[in-house]
Write a protein that binds this ligand. Sequence first.
Ligand SMILES: NC(=O)c1ccc[n+]([C@@H]2O[C@H](COP(=O)([O-])OP(=O)(O)OC[C@H]3O[C@@H](n4cnc5c(N)ncnc54)[C@H](OP(=O)(O)O)[C@@H]3O)[C@@H](O)[C@H]2O)c1
Length: 289
Amino acid sequence: MADDSSSSTTSKRSKNRWSLQGMTAVVTGGTKGIGYAIVEELCGFGARVHTCSRNETDLNKCLIDWQAKGFQVTGSVCDVSSQDQREKLINTVSSEFDGKLNILINNVGTNIPKPTPNFTKEDFSFIMGTNFESAYSLCQLAYPLLKASGAASIVFLSSVCGVVSISVGSIYGATKGAMNQLAKYLACEWAKDNIRVNSVAPWFIRTPLAEPYIENFSETIISRTPMGRIGEAEEVSSLVGFLCLPAASYITGQTICIDGGMTVNACFYPEMLLQKNFQAIDHSLTSLN
Ligand SMILES: NC(=O)c1ccc[n+]([C@@H]2O[C@H](COP(=O)([O-])OP(=O)(O)OC[C@H]3O[C@@H](n4cnc5c(N)ncnc54)[C@H](OP(=O)(O)O)[C@@H]3O)[C@@H](O)[C@H]2O)c1
């Protein structure tokens, strides 16, 4: 007779590990960039998705496109930096999904790049409120729904700026670092409710938010990326989708960088690894001996 552990492994295997069929999801900021790709990724795995953004025209256009693709997506206008609007969003989601939610993706994020001495109190509240406070509050508001689903997953869209310093603004970096730590706390606090919580931390990804940086610094960005290119939104959404799958059922509290190797590249940048450079170093060393 099989022991408990092997039978539980077998039952996990026989479940639909690579599907989100029958599951429900909220993705904040789904009309552009990474959020848009996440909506499509989750729908592709079979989930029903509710998304939001501030611009009604963009939202309606996206909903029409998704309907044409056969995806089950609904949406509402919501500025996630407003507590009233967050409450309204979660009430809408609760009615739509019968009080149960399997997936919460805290994707909305913004930035004002400035040197630290130049930041105003208003900048601080705007970036903190949009990036961190909104995500924290949505976790609180969605908790009863996530718990009621029996198996849930929260993913934060953090950034490599929350792991290392990359000079795009200290407030932005602090909000992303806070998300990574919040993922650890909630992972431990809510594991008993079968809610997993993870953070994904991209480097530069081609989206409207990153476009001005890419336009001005693409050479520098690429030169610091071992894979030698900028990332695409679909390369982030695939990881987010994976983290929500039953296949990822033992992964919680993690921060995973999606960065073409940037954060592990301590010293030499890719162009320095060219054969001719090695030869030059070898030549100099030989002349020393
Ligand atoms: N792109 C990158 O290189 C990169 C790198 C690391 C981390 N990230 C993170 O990844 C996440 C997504 O970034 P992205 O590049 O895809 O951004 P994006 O291109 O600017 O798209 C942001 C989405 O969020 C919505 N949104 C913005 N503020 C909102 C608010 N207050 N309430 C509701 N919706 C709002 C936008 O629609 P509306 O403007 O119409 O509301 C849009 O749909 C962010 O958290 C960002 O910090 C991005």
